[in-house]
Design a protein around this ligand. Structure first.
Ligand code: MRU
Length: 344
């Protein structure tokens, strides 16, 4: 499948509108800061690396617009960065990408000219290209671990649709499938927004990977039936001790794996690590609107419900067998090995 989640050509930024999948594959143009923020908040583009890449291109395009109107200055530049950073709080790739563009701006800001815009463009493109390469490297390292597994379970979507390349968790599946034709993936539907049902199933199916969709609360019965060989998920933010934020519902899957002595793997690029925090307890968790929970059931807008709708949960590192990165496989003790690998 030749999917390109994010396209930047001749100064135009386009993304797949993921809210329409799997029924409709439609590209939309992101040509303003407001459109970009709306797309990130509404999950038209989603997945930690993908939102970082879109934020980087948005800073470039918005800076270019202001520059042409002679309105680009430190204040207007910072405003763009602040608004993008605040659009989704959990995935650290977003803040990471904003910082990269901001560092580039301030290294060149003594001369606000075409060169500055050129350098911002180079920086955004390199974030996109490096993510593509990281995805391939994650697939390569992960396939060494997965070659003997048959039945894998995954949660949410950490694939092509979430990154600038082949994905993180799903890149491992795609690489493994090249050597191990027997691989089969159980796909958690991932309530409330159905990233598993709508996106992961679509991606895997289109890439000829055998897969089966299940409701999130069916996973336990597969473990007790001995039908799961390994779990693999992506990450939105990994603390220095290995605690991992990922889509809500990841943590129960990790506990199930632990209780059944099944390996639980996280696949993520270095841009998803936040070494400034030493515990998952410090990761901000995005709360989402109640309508995401209620609308699925067609409950009337006038009905009064109290709703709890966090977008992510934290998996304590004790439940994680290893973390697959573009630099190699991180094993325990995570505290020591993360710092060594990510900084080396
Ligand atoms: O709310 P979403 O769809 O952006 O959540 C995405 C996830 O939780 C992914 O697993 C994570 O970002 C990793 S994507 C490589």
């Amino acid at each position: 499948m030749n999917l390109k989640t994010i396209e930047y050509t001749n100064g135009t930024l386009r993304i797949i509108d993921q809210t329409l999948l799997p029924n409709r594959l439609k590209l939309i143009t992101i040509d303003s800061l407001n459109k970009s923020i709306e797309a990130i908040k509404m999950l038209r583009v989603r997945g930690a690396p993908a939102i970082g890449i879109v934020a980087a291109y948005t800073i470039l395009l918005e800076s270019k617009k202001l520059f042409l109107k002679q309105k680009l200055n430190n204040r207007s530049f910072n405003q763009i960065c602040d608004k993008l950073r605040a659009s989704r709080p959990t995935a650290v790739n977003l803040a990471w990408a904003v910082k990269k563009l901001s560092d580039c701006y301030y290294e060149n800001s003594n001369l606000i000219n075409h060169m500055l815009i050129k350098n911002l463009e180079k920086c955004a493109i390199s974030i996109h290209q490096n993510d593509e390469q990281s995805c391939s490297a994650i697939g390569h390292y992960g396939a060494q671990l997965f070659k003997n597994y048959k039945n894998i379970i995954t949660h949410c979507n950490a694939g092509i649709l979430a990154t600038g390349g082949n994905g993180t968790a799903l890149s491992v599946i795609y690489e493994t499938a090249k050597q191990n034709q027997d691989i089969h993936v159980y796909v958690d539907e991932t309530r409330p927004l159905g990233q598993g049902a709508r996106l992961t199933y679509y991606e895997l199916n289109n890439n000829n990977i055998a897969c089966t969709l299940l409701t999130d609360n069916s996973a336990g019965s597969l473990f007790t039936a001995g039908k799961i060989d390994a779990v693999i998920v992506g990450a939105d933010r990994i603390a220095a001790n290995g605690d991992t934020a990922n889509k809500i519902g990841t943590f129960p899957l990790a506990v199930l794996a632990y209780a059944h002595d099944i390996p639980f793997y996280v696949a993520a690029p270095a841009s998803s690590f936040d070494l400034s925090i030493n515990s998952g307890k410090l990761i901000p968790i995005e709360m989402r609107p109640e309508k995401e929970v209620l609308s699925f059931w067609g409950i009337s807008k006038n009905a009064k419900y109290n709703v709890y709708n966090p977008a992510f949960d934290i998996t304590d590192s004790k439940y994680i067998t290893a973390i697959i990165t573009e630099y190699g496989i991180l094993e325990k003790p995570f505290n020591k090995n993360i710092t060594k690998l990510i900084h080396s």
